[in-house]
Structure formats: C-alpha cells, structure tokens
Design a protein around this ligand. Structure first.
Ligand code: GDP
Ligand code: MN
Length: 406
C-alpha cells in the first residue's frame, strides 16, 4: 500500500525526520484559513511520481495566487489521476537536493540503503550515481555513515544525512515498509536538511500489524477501489465465455479467462502472474490469459514453445470481446529467434487474417536482434516494443478500442 506524501510526512514527524510546517487542503477555499506564512508551495497529492515535471508542484506568494494555483492543480491529472487533496507547505530554499531511500532487496532479502548527491527532479538522469549500502548484519549507525561517505558528502553533512538515513531505517523496520524514500532531501545554505518529499510503501502482507496505517484516509478513491476489489484470480470465469481450452489441445497449460478484452500470453508461471498483475495495476481488463510453460529453456525446446504459441494464439483469438493480445515472452537467443519467426509465420498464414492487434515484448539476452527482425516485417497487426511498460500501455490502449496505428 502506498501512502500519499502528507501521510508519509506524518510518519517522518513521528521519528524526527525534519519536515516543513504544512497543511492539508481539501478545497481551494481552505487556503483562506491558511495557518502557514507565505510564500508557500502547493503540491498535488497523487500516488504517481513526476508531479514536479507535470506541473503538480506550484509556488504561491499570497492567497490570490494560492487559490488559483490550487484550482489548477485540482484540475490537473497526473498519469491519469486527479488529486483529492493538496498539501500546502512552507517554501524552502534549497542549496542542494539529495536522494535517500531504504528498500528491501528482494533477492538478498536484506534492507538496502540508497543515496545520491544528485536528487530532486534531476535524479532520473543521474540514477547511475545512486550509491548502495546493503544492511547485511545487525543494523548500526555505521551503515548510514558509510552511505553518506559513499555519496561523497563531507563535513557536517555526513552526520546530518546519516542521522536521517538511520531514522528512515527505523521507520522501515517499525512499519514493515517495502520502501521509504526522500527525494529531495534539501540542504539549505546553513547546512540544515529538510525532507521536501516523501514516498512510503507499506508491505501489503504486514498491513494487519499496523491498524494505524490502515486507518489513514486514502484521500483517493483509486486506492479504495484497488484495496476493496476482490483478487483478480477470484474473477476468473472458467472456460464458459469462450471455447473450452481443452478443445485446442493445450494440456496442463492452466488457461485463465477474465471478463475483459486484453489477452495475455507468456512463457513461465511467474512471468504470467507478474504480467497479469502489471496489466491489472495499469488499469487493463484482462481476457484470456495463458502460460505456455517453460520457466527454463532447458525444459522446453524452442519448437515445443512455438507449437504451443500457435495453439495458444488460436485459443486466445477466439475468445469473446477480445480487442488486443499482449505477448510477453522471455528466452535465450534460440528461443527468441524461433518465437519471432513463429509469430511472423502465424500472422502471415492466418486465413482469414488476424484482426486483433498483437503487442509483442520479447526479452532476454539476445532478444534485440529477434525484435528487430520481427519489427522489420512491418506486419499491420503487430506491435513490437522494447519495454514491458510500453507494451502494457500499448496493449491496454488497444484493448480499450483506441484506433490501431503506429
Ligand atoms: P515529484 O516531482 O513528484 O517528486 O515532487 P516533489 O515533491 O519532489 O517536488 C518536485 C520538485 O519541486 C523538487 O525536486 C524540488 O526541487 C521542488 N520543491 C518541492 N517542494 C519544495 C519547497 O518547499 N521549496 C522549494 N524551493 N522547492 C520545492
Ligand atoms: Mn520527489
């Protein structure tokens, strides 16, 4: 569960991470009873990042400015989401903007401290400079100091920044967080540090242990509908809304049918579930979803995979209401080549022709060449994309009936 910035800052305050005086704004007219002095900054409270760039962070010198800015921000969607509340905050004049975070390293199953001297909105461009310190034993302030030094900080900043990292770590443990991030951690000319923005993700499985977090107002109906919705798997309808998968000779492939319009085809159970989750999170409406199997290429030779791919496509393409199909396939060089050829062959040989667009994301060590070959064929119903995010966005847009076009 993600928290909004103002909720994250409530937690920061509890552990003594410095934040500016602020006030929640539910309506532009609340600004007439503002308790913090001007100049202020008004910030859209949405879960998406990149508010600064999108125009969701505005400065105001007086009430007239502030009301106008608030009206603009309330009407500004950020990645499709409108804020239900804003945060009004005292304006700070940073000299320097740092980045700090604590995340759980999923493969090592240990917390990881992250930091960079280039924080703020410039972070994306410089993400290579994020320093890491793995907390591989019992935590001590030593880890936080090591991060500050790795970040290249000097003088008193080593102490003040590592003190914040330490508090973030305590927060991370106390509340079972997946992520706590401060970007930017601003440093003013006097060398004082201040958390200007905060992001907190609570581990969903641990929410039961934190009734205080669960009780936080969501401030956003999007999260409510997300949290209260039955698990997607509970919506699976069985083979009744199309033709039974067994008729397509798909033994043990465990096909799933959902009531939406976006078909999903992957190789590997984990990849299939992850793709289904990502499509769901991005607001897509899955239709038939099929795992072709083959978590490891040793177990599933490319020919077998291609054979299943064709049968899987046959099955998915006949499901009702289908408007697009996302193929998210991973493999080594042989698999990628074979899969690219199989998809091309399938599209070229179908009679009548396939009229539902296929969005292909091929990943793996040597996938680039296969993707290039496939894209070069310039088949009308085929979209080949490099990134999974882009592929998902494209497939969802197509499944919602957007015009087919490149
Ligand atoms: P994000 O773009 O969604 O990460 O939103 P942020 O809250 O991080 O704000 C974006 C940028 O606005 C920050 O990187 C800062 O440069 C700037 N900013 C935010 N709050 C303040 C503030 O109180 N004072 C000043 N001067 N800049 C701010
Ligand atoms: Mn930020």
């Amino acid at each position: 569960m993600d928290l909004l910035e103002y909720q994250a800052k409530d937690l920061f305050q509890k552990v003594g991470i410095p934040i500016l005086p602020s006030q929640r704004i539910d309506h532009p007219k609340d600004l007439k009873q503002l308790r913090i002095p001007y100049p202020i900054v008004l910030k859209s409270q949405v879960y998406a990042g990149g508010r600064g760039k999108a125009g969701g962070v505005r400065f105001a010198e007086n009430t007239i400015d502030a009301v106008a800015a608030a009206q603009a921000i309330f009407h500004l969607p950020i990645l499709g989401q409108y804020p239900e509340v804003l945060l009004a905050e005292a304006k700070y004049e940073p000299d320097q903007e740092l980045y700090l975070a604590v995340v759980l390293d999923p493969s090592l199953r240990r917390p990881l401290l992250l930091g960079s001297r280039e924080g703020g909105m410039a972070l994306e461009a410089t993400s290579r400079q994020i320093q890491q310190v793995l907390v591989d034993g019992e935590f001590s302030p030593f880890y936080a100091r090591r991060l500050a030094i790795k970040m290249g900080l000097t003088g008193e900043l080593i102490e003040s920044v590592s003190a914040i990292a330490e508090k973030m770590y305590r927060l991370f443990l106390t509340y079972d967080l997946d992520l706590v991030e401060i970007n930017p951690l601003a440093v003013n000319p006097a060398g004082e540090v201040m958390a200007l923005d905060g992001k907190v993700t609570v581990n969903d499985a641990a929410l039961g242990r934190h009734p205080d977090l669960l009780a936080m107002p969501s401030g956003d109906s999007h999260r409510d509908c997300f949290a209260n919705r039955p698990a997607l798997s509970a919506l699976a309808m069985g083979p009744t809304c199309g033709v039974a998968a067994s008729a397509f000779d798909l033994p043990n492939l465990n096909p799933m049918l959902f009531p939406g319009s976006l078909g999903i085809l992957c190789n590997g159970a984990g990849l299939t579930m992850a793709t289904l989750d990502l499509v769901d999170r991005a607001g897509g409406q899955p239709s038939a979803c099929l795992n072709l199997g083959g978590e490891s290429s040793y177990r599933l030779p490319p020919d077998t995979l291609c054979d299943r791919l064709e049968k899987g496509l046959d099955w998915i393409l006949q499901t009702q209401r289908l408007r697009s199909v996302l193929l998210n396939l991973l493999g080594g060089a042989d698999t990628c080549n074979a899969v690219a050829k199989a998809i091309a062959r399938y599209l070229e040989q179908q009679r009548p022709p396939v009229t539902v667009p296929l969005v292909v994301r091929l990943g793996g060590a040597h996938a680039a060449a296969a993707r290039k070959q496939l894209a070069a064929l310039d088949l009308p119903m085929l979209f080949v994309l490099d990134s999974l995010d882009e592929a998902i966005t494209k497939a969802i847009a197509l499944s919602e009936g957007a015009r087919v076009g490149r």
